[in-house]
Write a protein that binds this ligand. Structure first.
Ligand SMILES: Nc1ncnc2c1ncn2[C@@H]1O[C@H](COP(=O)(O)OP(=O)(O)OP(=O)(O)O)[C@@H](O)[C@H]1O
Ligand SMILES: O=C(O)[C@@H](O)C(=O)CO
Length: 428
């Protein structure tokens, strides 16, 4: 079965945890939503939905590849009737001067002939707000937050007008909070003014959900927007309030219990994940991988499996590669940033594949790149969205032929201190 009806909202997410975060937000706002892994094959069985979130793993790849994959996703979504496409990026604007937010935005904008694109990573529910174009993570500017130590894209500038200008071929403007506060007409007028000056994209401030509702109303009249789950919330509420989508009960997918052994894998080195791992040690066995042994091919995946298999019958286990910023920096100095990241991701995928072969049917993964490597290896084609574990993290039910399986894909910075046990409690 293919998608039966025209979809109202198309989304392209640059990583898999970000995609499930967005799918969760859209579902809770009343849109029937499915998350696909990659651009779907035409014969993928999918229910009738209002929104499709195509998950790519394009955040940290070469910009040209990110552009071509995003354009393919955009073409697929528009072919299914999506008149608006949201390019979902990280709420902490994870990127480098080489991309990939700017190059992908430029290409999608050219393809759909958009004037000025609204861009905001604001997601107040998780503490991400934008004021005067500056991104705050909780109480601190982005460049003072733990994102300054991110293993793949350390963020050293909180002014997103500057950050995006370095990545994009178009000039970047600002729609400030005072304008947003005056309402949708004021935003429309400002956007038209920027477009008339040849400015192709604007960072738009947002501090509260009501700002995102205003932004969503205006964005929904356009062909393209760029942002995190906050703008997704605004778009979804706009689609419902203007009657373009008939709001479904925001219950999320339910289904028969899956049961069976459960495991957690953590590849995120974020401060939040490090704390969650430390807390998990009190309630489940935790194995810390040795990243150097992974890089030197010393059979670390096999050691992890030999450790995990006898424990699975007793309850969930957690396997983590995560290290502190100093340890990450030292490892990268020895082996190179990309080589270290890639080797660890692939080892996590090896471990996940073998655990699933050993009967694991409930899997929690922490970290966007890590989740991407794991989900690709498991050859999962898509997810239905279930209950919310924490802001931005739902229980996911795999669709396709691989047998019943529940996953939770946690963005590095998301979730409360007891995230791993919170997730497992809801994954039955
Ligand atoms: N000990 C380590 N040293 C160096 N790199 C590591 C280590 N452990 C994991 N990594 C790598 O760090 C990267 C972490 O990125 P990942 O996207 O998984 O987490 P995150 O960035 O915290 O999450 P998100 O993208 O959801 O915010 C991956 O490439 C992973 O392989
Ligand atoms: O927006 C976020 O912060 C997350 O959905 C994400 O993309 C982290 O990888």
């Amino acid at each position: 079965m293919t998608l039966a009806a025209k979809i109202s909202l198309g989304c392209i997410a640059d990583d898999y945890t970000g995609a499930s975060d967005l799918a969760n937000t859209l579902t809770r706002a009343g849109l029937r939503t499915v998350q696909t892994i990659g651009v779907p094959a035409d014969d993928l069985a999918l229910p009738e939905v209002d929104a499709v979130v195509v998950s790519l793993k394009s955040r940290s790849i070469e910009a040209g590849l990110a552009v071509s994959r995003s354009r393919a996703a955009d073409k697929w979504l528009r072919g299914r009737g999506a008149s608006h496409v949201l390019f979902k990026i990280c709420s902490t604007f994870d990127s480098t001067d080489a991309g990939n937010i700017g190059p992908v935005m430029d290409a999608l904008r050219a393809d759909c002939g958009e004037g000025a694109v609204l861009v905001t990573p604001a997601f107040p529910e998780t503490g991400r707000t934008v004021y005067q174009g500056n991104l705050f993570v909780g109480a601190v500017p982005l460049n003072e937050s733990p994102l300054k130590d991110h293993p793949l894209n350390p963020m050293h500038d909180s002014n997103l007008v500057r950050v995006l200008a370095r990545q994009s071929r178009t000039q970047i403007g600002l729609v400030d909070l005072a304008t947003v506060t005056r309402g949708a007409d004021a935003v429309r007028a400002r956007l038209a003014e920027l477009a008339s000056k040849g400015i192709g994209a604007a960072i738009i401030d947002a501090v509260f959900d009501r700002d995102l509702e205003t932004i969503g109303l205006v964005a929904a009249e356009h062909r393209l927007s760029v942002g995190a789950s906050g703008i997704g919330l605004g778009l979804a509420r706009a689609l419902v309030s203007t009657g373009k989508v008939k709001s479904a009960a925001a219950s999320g997918a339910t289904g028969a219990a899956v049961g069976g052994p459960a495991a957690c894998l953590a590849g995120s080195c974020s401060q939040a994940t490090l704390q969650q791992i430390a807390n998990a040690e009190r309630v489940m066995p935790v194995l810390h991988l040795d990243p150097d042994r992974i890089l030197t091919g010393a059979g670390e995946a096999q050691r992890a499996l030999d450790w995990a298999r006898p424990r699975l019958a007793e309850g969930p286990v957690l396997i983590a590669s995560s290290s502190t910023p100093d340890q990450v920096a030292a490892l990268q100095a020895r082996h190179g940033r990309d080589a270290a990241g890639h080797a660890i991701e692939q080892t996590m995928a090896d471990i996940a594949e073998s655990l699933v072969r050993s009967g694991v049917r409930r899997l929690v993964v922490a970290g966007g790149e890590t989740s991407g490597a794991v989900v690709d290896r498991l050859k999962i084609s898509g997810f239905l969205v279930g209950v919310e574990i924490a802001a931005g993290v739902p229980v996911l039910r795999a669709v396709g032929d691989g047998g019943a399986m529940l996953l939770a894909l946690k963005s590095g910075n998301f979730g409360g201190a007891e995230f791993f046990s919170d997730a497992l409690r809801l994954m039955r």
